[in-house]
Write a protein that binds this ligand. Structure first.
Ligand code: GYE
Length: 318
C-alpha cells in the first residue's frame, strides 16, 4: 500500500520535473496580443516602436493591431486575441469607459489583461492586472506651474486649450491637472477649449478657428506636442509669432517639440515617456509566472523649457 503510494508520488514528481524541463521553451514562446490606439502622434509612433522592439528582445511573440483611434476596433482586436488564445492581452484604451463587457470575456477565458499608457474606469478592478503609464493629472499640474512661474506680463492671461481625444484618460486628466494648477490665480483663465484629437491636422484646424474669432489670446495649452505643432502653423499663418505673441505650453517632449523649441516657437513641453515596451514585457513574463503586480506602475518624467532644448536634444530617444 505504502509502496504503491510512494510510486504514485514519485511518478508525480517525475511529471513535475518533465513539466519544468519543458518550461523554458513554453515560457520563451509566450504570445502577447497588443491593441494599440492608432498612429495619431509622434508619441504613439515611439510607443509602438518601443513595444515591438521590446517584444523581440524579450522573445515574446507579438500580435499587434492599430485601432485608428476607434474603440470598436480595439474591442474587435481584443476579441480576436481571446479567440486566438494568446497568453496575455495588453492595450492602450482609447477612451476610459465601455470596457467591462470585453474584459469580462477575457477574464472568462483566463487571459490576463495589462493596461498600458491610458487607464480605464471600471467598477471591477479585477478585470485588469495592472496599468503601466504616466500620471496625466501631474503632467497638467506641471504645465500650469511652469506657466504661473514664468508668465510675468501683468494683466489678464487668456488661455486657449487644445484638448486630446474626447473621453481619453490623458485629455480628462491633463485638463483637470492644469485647471487645478491655475485655480489660485484668477488672472489666468481658460477662455476657449476644444478637442484637436491629439493630431497635428486637427490642432492646426482648431487653432485657426480660435484665431479667426479671437484676437485676445495670450497662451495656448495643448494636451500634446503634435497639436501644438499644428497650432504653430496656424499662428504663423495668421501673421503672429508663436512662442512670443502667444506663449505655448504642451505635453509629451517628443523630438518635434524640441525642434520647435530650438526655433523659438514653443516655450515648454512636459515629458510623457512613451517607452513602455521593456516594462510591459517584464510584467507580461511576471504575470505568467504568477508574480503579484502593483495596480499602477508609474512612469517618471521631467519638464523641458525652451532654454534647455538645444542641450537636451541630442539625448532625446523619441
Ligand atoms: O500624449 C499623445 C498621444 O496617451 C499619453 O496619446 C498618450 C497620449 C500622448 O496621442 O500624443
Amino acid at each position: 500500500m505504502l509502496r504503491s503510494r510512494r510510486s504514485v508520488l514519485s511518478a508525480i514528481a517525475a511529471g513535475l520535473v518533465v513539466g519544468s524541463l519543458a518550461l523554458p521553451t513554453s515560457a520563451s514562446a509566450l504570445t502577447l496580443g497588443f491593441a494599440q490606439v492608432g498612429a495619431e502622434s509622434e508619441w504613439r509612433t515611439a510607443n509602438t516602436v518601443s513595444i515591438k522592439e521590446a517584444a523581440k528582445a524579450a522573445g515574446i511573440t507579438l500580435k499587434f493591431s492599430d485601432a485608428q483611434q476607434k474603440q470598436e476596433n480595439q474591442i474587435k482586436a481584443i476579441r480576436s486575441y481571446i479567440a486566438q488564445k494568446v497568453d496575455v492581452i495588453a492595450f492602450a484604451p482609447v477612451v476610459t469607459t465601455g470596457w467591462d463587457t470585453v474584459l469580462m470575456e477575457a477574464k472568462k477565458a483566463k487571459i490576463p489583461v495589462i493596461l498600458t499608457d491610458r487607464s480605464i474606469e471600471t467598477k471591477d478592478p479585477s478585470l485588469y492586472v495592472t496599468m503601466i503609464g504616466s500620471d496625466f493629472t501631474e503632467e497638467g499640474q506641471k504645465a500650469a506651474k511652469w506657466l504661473l512661474d514664468n508668465y510675468k506680463t501683468p494683466g489678464d492671461v487668456n488661455i486657449v486649450e487644445l484638448q486630446g481625444t474626447v473621453g481619453s484618460a490623458p485629455a480628462i486628466e491633463r485638463k483637470k491637472g492644469f485647471e487645478e494648477g491655475i485655480k489660485g490665480e484668477p488672472r489666468f483663465k481658460i477662455t476657449r477649449s476644444q478637442t484637436g484629437d491629439f493630431t497635428r491636422a486637427k490642432g492646426k484646424e482648431v487653432m485657426e478657428a480660435f484665431l479667426k474669432t479671437d484676437k485676445n489670446i495670450q497662451v495656448l495649452f495643448a494636451h500634446n506636442d503634435d497639436m501644438a505643432i499644428g497650432a504653430i502653423q496656424a499662428i504663423e499663418a495668421a501673421g503672429m509669432k508663436p512662442g512670443k505673441d502667444i506663449i505655448i505650453v504642451s505635453i509629451d517632449a517628443v523630438k518635434g517639440a524640441f525642434e520647435a523649441m530650438m526655433a523659438g516657437k514653443l516655450n515648454v513641453t512636459v515629458e510623457c515617456n512613451p517607452q513602455l515596451g521593456p516594462q510591459l514585457m517584464t510584467v507580461v513574463k511576471e504575470v505568467k509566472a504568477g508574480k503579484e503586480q502593483p495596480k499602477w506602475v508609474k512612469t517618471v518624467e521631467g519638464v523641458f523649457p525652451m532654454e534647455t532644448a538645444a542641450k537636451e536634444f541630442p539625448n532625446r530617444k523619441y
